[in-house]
Design a protein around this ligand. Sequence first.
Ligand SMILES: Nc1nc2c(ncn2[C@@H]2O[C@H](COP(=O)(O)OP(=O)(O)O)[C@@H](O)[C@H]2O)c(=O)[nH]1
Ligand SMILES: [Mg+2]
Length: 149
Amino acid sequence: MKKSVMIVGPTQCGKTTLANALNNYSGSLRRTQDITYGSNTIDVPGSYIENASMYCHLIATAQTASHVLMLVDQSNAAEVYSPGFAKSFTCRVLGVVTKTDLAPENADLCFRQLKRIGIPEPYFWVCVPNNIGMTALKEHLFGKKGAEG
Ligand SMILES: Nc1nc2c(ncn2[C@@H]2O[C@H](COP(=O)(O)OP(=O)(O)O)[C@@H](O)[C@H]2O)c(=O)[nH]1
Ligand SMILES: [Mg+2]
């Protein structure tokens, strides 16, 4: 079975937007309360990281993932992850900063938050609507060939 990329982050941080881009899907955004399986992605609702009681489900779901992307929204850099949380996953964890077109003054907060979660560098700084940082992220996840489609 092909392994997917699991996307986690708080509500409204841009998970579904990023998932659609990684699936090369350009349809409308849907608000979901459930885990959404795309061709390459597992889009996890914000409630899973906003409630510590859901962490076990998150970790179980990650069993089918090649990578976990932990998103931090540059426009709203509130702390949402427990310190060291990235260490709960056995697959590779990547730190992704979303909405880098907004609130550049929060960039350093985002960087420090990813560090505190326990994610090693490099981090990926993206703005999906402007197609910033997406080639680098896709190449990292899918290789050069996979980044083209
Ligand atoms: N300015 C800006 N808005 C974004 C970006 N990515 C997503 N959004 C917007 O942020 C809102 C929430 O995005 P969504 O993908 O639904 O977030 P989710 O709740 O994490 O799935 C939507 O209105 C998106 O259009 C970005 O890079 N820049
Ligand atoms: Mg969503």
